[in-house]
Design a protein around this ligand. Structure first.
Ligand SMILES: Cc1cc2nc3c(=O)[nH]c(=O)nc-3n(C[C@H](O)[C@H](O)[C@H](O)COP(=O)(O)OP(=O)(O)OC[C@H]3O[C@@H](n4cnc5c(N)ncnc54)[C@H](O)[C@@H]3O)c2cc1C
Length: 681
């Protein structure tokens, strides 16, 4: 047995989720090991539908063309019932460069992803099963075994992500429940030729009986048939033969279909399970390891890929020591509601198409075509299916104001930034997806229809210190901006779509969601987000800068009262210490609801002082750099209490104030702080 130490990130499982995460880390230069217990890539076709949102991600990774070349495009869905009118849904109105579902086997998808990872210099270690892991302090110990059991290895990782599927050992070792159930009946699946062929640009749901047959077109004129809820199989889910599939297709499908050339005949059981925890310390789970459901709507792989795309940039920032481990909590907080929504969506699809009551079926068959003929309903359904509706508005990385008016049409922080075409860079057509495809945050500086280059350039100059974390792109109006990275928006398409006619700063996260929007003359708004979430290390110039900084323990106690994890809190505080700095509050604060706690007095006093400071200063300071003067005018000693520079996000309570942190190894530097705070606990 050999022992190695200190791999920054280990990914357990090289399915689509694990490989996507590895790509995201490798693109950002993070060293990663990817282990899979199987000695070869799975040949199974499993996930066959790639949705619009996933194609947008593949666009960002430069892979979409390869997918489009190999896949088969589906533009809509038809539900056939006994009612005279069919339900027809079109995906054509989706606000995406890819308003369709791309059919391609999971094996091909994984091959393309694996090759992308290979080009980044990472080889998947196959035939290596993780069979134990133990988290202690700042490390995770892993034990692996080779497939032929000839070799065991133990090693230590700073971060471990379980992308190891539904039976995840990582999740089980964490002791995290995987709550839910199965659908009680087996399902059958086959891949065949259909003669005579049916319309190949659509999915077909044949819902003539109480259990449907669903037909999905595949590349090369093939079809996948799904037959839900058949009588339970004998033994280990005995596979069907072609006679059985044909018999069921005759009962459930249209008359006269001849099925030939089966390449897949399988039986499986559908589950609906999920975990309520995706991060526990230094161990995280993603993809099927965190949520599974029926294949209805083809959501599973797509959801796992987006878990990985959400986690990738955050884990890269944390592993590189540029951001706080707190950022990883936002992964869980953003993705758990999405997973819950996907489970509910797929469950509803199953319920709608497996109604046993004849009366309810009659109602469904007659109402569904009418409902889906309403453009808003059709649009809503296809946005949901395509995962384009998924957003993080109201999540931990958005400001409280972004939660209001969800239907106003304004793209708010937390929303996906829809791509706009009609832009030009160096005479070449580009879309906004092209502009936001870097590994960094992107600052889109829309200069407005009456281009205001001075204000735009001042904003870029102010945020220039985040170079390496933020890629600024000037999107000029009719007249192109002056910066070399400038893009022309000759017909103001982007300005109109983003409601930015008067100019706007749009800070876009690396995963394509809007982080902040602000008027051109308010670069402090994206600046605050960056300081809080993405670039503290850079700003502080390394840990050395914070050694010996004074720490106000009254302030520490405030965190304790809000039951934030103590150790984490201390590291967060210590990370943001800047000698001689200040606590900075950008907006008037709404105090968090008081909780009964013996030390509540200290908390209240602190907030009162801060409130008074702001009031006396005549409102919140407009910019970080303004604060010392404003605070001075208001009574400096109140703000000086803690002696830190700490960006605050007031209305969300203390947890978010601690928006920045430090790798645990740095705690030694601030040992004194930790000791004192522990004593007080
Ligand atoms: C019949 C069927 C049809 C489907 N259709 C669709 C669809 O159309 N669209 C869609 O989006 N989804 C679909 N899915 C779901 C999709 O296949 C899964 O959601 C997807 O594979 C999940 O990817 P993952 O990487 O999270 O997990 P997996 O693909 O399960 O990968 C997990 C990997 O971890 C490895 N592993 C496990 N344990 C260990 C260990 N201890 N050590 C090391 N490695 C380990 C495994 O070998 C495996 O390679 C379908 C699923 C089925 C069964």
């Amino acid at each position: 047995m050999s022992k190695h130490t200190n791999v920054p990130v280990v990914i357990v499982g090289a399915g689509p989720t694990g490989v996507m995460l590895a790509i995201e880390l490798a693109r950002r230069g993070i060293e990663v090991r990817v282990l899979d217990k199987q000695s070869t890539r799975s040949p199974e076709t499993r996930a066959i539908g790639i949705h619009a949102r996933t194609l947008e991600v593949f666009h960002q990774l430069g892979l979409v063309e390869e997918f489009l070349t190999l896949g088969h495009r589906v533009d809509g869905m038809t539900v056939h019932t006994r009612a005279r009118r069919r339900t027809r849904v079109s995906f054509g109105q989706l606000d995406s460069p890819y308003p369709f579902v791309l059919m391609i086997s999971q094996h091909q998808t994984q091959r393309i992803l694996d090759q992308r990872l290979e080009r980044l210099g990472i080889a998947i270690e196959r035939g290596v099963a993780v069979f134990d892991l133990d988290q202690s302090g700042d490390e995770v110990d892993l034990t692996t075994q080779s497939k032929d059991q000839s070799r065991q290895e133990t090693f230590t990782a700073e971060w471990v992500v379980g992308c190891d599927g539904a039976h995840s050992i990582v999740r089980r070792r964490l002791g995290v429940p995987f709550a839910g159930d199965d659908y009680g009946q087996d399902w059958l699946m086959s891949e065949v030729n259909i003669d005579p062929s049916i319309e190949r640009g659509r999915f077909h749901v044949f819902s003539f009986t109480d259990t449907p047959m669903v037909a999905f077109p595949l590349p090369a004129e093939r079809w996948r048939l799904i037959l839900p809820q058949v009588p339970n199989r004998a033994g280990e889910r005995e596979a069907p033969d072609m006679d059985e599939i044909e018999r069921l297709a005759t009962t459930r499908g249209p008359a006269g279909l001849k099925l030939t050339d089966p390449t897949l005949l399988a039986a499986f059981r559908c589950y609906r399970r999920s975990t309520s925890i995706m991060r526990n310390g230094r161990v995280l789970v993603a993809g099927d390891a965190a949520h599974i459901h029926s294949p209805a709507g083809g959501q599973g792989m797509n959801t796992g890929l987006h878990d990985a795309f959400n986690l990738g940039w955050k884990l890269a920032l944390v592993a590189a020591g540029q951001s706080s481990p707190w950022l990883l909590d936002t992964y869980q907080n953003e993705r758990l509601p999405i997973a819950a929504g996907v489970l509910a969506f797929t469950h509803n699809l199953v319920r709608i198409f497996t109604i046993s009551s004849p009366r309810q079926r009659w109602l469904r068959d007659h109402l569904l075509p009418i409902a889906m003929a309403v453009p808003a309903a059709e649009h809503r359904y296809s946005r949901r299916l395509s995962q384009i509706s998924h957003a993080y508005r109201g999540g931990p990385l958005t400001p409280p104001t972004a939660r209001v008016q969800p239907r106003s049409g304004l793209i708010a922080p937390g929303d996906r930034l829809p791509s706009v075409t009609g832009l030009q860079r160096n005479g070449e057509p580009v879309c906004t997806l092209d502009l936001t495809s870097s590994t960094e945050h992107t600052l889109l500086v829309l200069t407005g229809d009456r281009a205001d280059p001075q204000t735009a350039e001042a904003a870029i100059a102010r945020l220039a210190r985040f170079n390496g974390t933020v890629n600024a792109v000037t999107v000029g109006g009719p007249s192109k901006g002056r910066s070399p990275n400038a893009v022309a928006d000759p017909h103001l398409a982007a300005h109109r779509r983003y409601r930015a006619r008067r100019g706007q700063l749009l800070l876009v996260r690396p995963d394509g969601y809007l982080a902040r929007r602000a008027p051109l003359n308010r670069p402090d708004i994206p600046e605050r987000y960056l300081i809080s979430n993405a670039a503290v290390r850079r700003r502080l110039g390394g840990v050395a800068a914070i050694v010996g900084a004074p720490v106000d323990l009254a302030f520490t106690r405030c965190f304790l009262m809000h039951q934030v994890d103590l150790t984490e809190t201390i590291t967060r505080i210590s990370e943001v210490v800047r000698p001689g700095g200040w606590i900075v509050a950008h907006e008037p604060m709404r105090s968090p609801a008081p909780r009964s706690h013996p030390e509540l007095g200290a908390l209240t006093t602190y907030w009162e002082l801060m409130h008074k400071t702001m009031e006396a200063a005549g409102g919140p300071p407009r910019a970080v750099d303004d604060l010392p003067a404003a605070a001075l005018a208001a009574g400096l000693e109140m703000v000086r209490l803690s002696g830190f520079f700490l960006p605050l996000e007031p209305a969300r309570g203390f947890e978010l104030h601690a928006a920045t942190a430090v790798a645990a190894k740095d705690r030694a530097v601030n040992g004194e702080i930790a000791t004192e705070a522990h004593r007080r606990r």
